[in-house]
Design a protein around this ligand. Sequence first.
Ligand SMILES: Cc1ncc(COP(=O)(O)O)c(C=O)c1O
Length: 370
Amino acid sequence: MAMDVKAAAARLEAAGERIIHMEVGEPAASAPKSVLAAATEAISRGKIQYTTALGIPSLRQRIAKHYLDLHGQFIDPDRIVITTGSSGAFLLAFLTLFEPGDRVAVANPGYPPYRHILKTVGCAPVLIETTPDTRYAITPDTLLAEHRKSPLQGLLIASPANPTGTMMTPEALKELIETAEAAGIRVISDEIYHGLDYTIDASTAASTSERTVIVNSFSKYFCMTGWRIGWMVVPEALVRTIERLQQSLSISVSTVSQIAAEAAFDGIEEMEAVKRGYQINRQILIEGLPKIGFTKFQPADGAFYLYADVSAFTDDSLDFTSAMLTKAKVAATPGLDFDPLFGRTSVRFSYAGSAAEMHEAVENLANWLR
Ligand SMILES: Cc1ncc(COP(=O)(O)O)c(C=O)c1O
């Protein structure tokens, strides 16, 4: 649905309208200069060949160092697998961990491809309803209640989460992982929005368990969506299976992107400046939206999303975002995309653009709703 809104916005733009894009979860900034330079240099050398299925060893080592620098956590580079974004990592993880028919818990609301990819590999996504009281996170109680109904084989968690931008405290994350694994439920932790945390420090599941499969990506913090590159941290016992799967499914990940990604870690200063921009945007929305009637939303702890309850205006978020686009010239995503059960009364705003656009969006929305 986010992509449908984007397409509708593009049609209006082609007709000469100016649209503020808050629909797709994509950084407006470019990848760090170090990335562009490394890619240019690699291309100018000319010979771009396959890499090993698990990825270029120096990149895997560099990612391991990142965990040491950021979390003080040693991770054996042999447990790191380079993937085609976190999207590619989900496929490898689901195929490796689960059998057709397995039940895998995901938070509702949540990122739609979790359910779509699970269904594609024959698994049953089990939506666990979450509420603002738990910052939209699954808790040990809600997990075990579902497990008692019929055993779960998997649990997929994300902190910061999409679409809510909410986070789990390090204690809540640890407790949930330990509860799940003690019950024999395999955990996958989607850490794609790590680095973009504003109120709570994002802690990695790698600090709690070596059994958890961690999925991460260069797409968000490093602004590298189109480079299609991410990584996994996997239990040692699964490395060989994942290597064989990746070899068969795609041989290896884009070599230019792997070379470029290694240089991303030299661009942290630049990316921290981008992050400061998101923080300003977040503040503009947190202060501006309530003044125009969007009074109910979660603290937006991380990522670049704000998930607003729009029940005061509508019970059809699809219609509401469509009218918002044509009348207020603001593109946002209907909650229905993330929550098939209750998303009719929610809208997700992505604030990965500029501060000027955020001010303009609030003003346009105010004029529309007045
Ligand atoms: C929560 C979450 N996980 C994974 C992805 C996939 O990202 P990529 O495949 O670019 O790494 C996204 C993209 O928006 C996301 O929001």
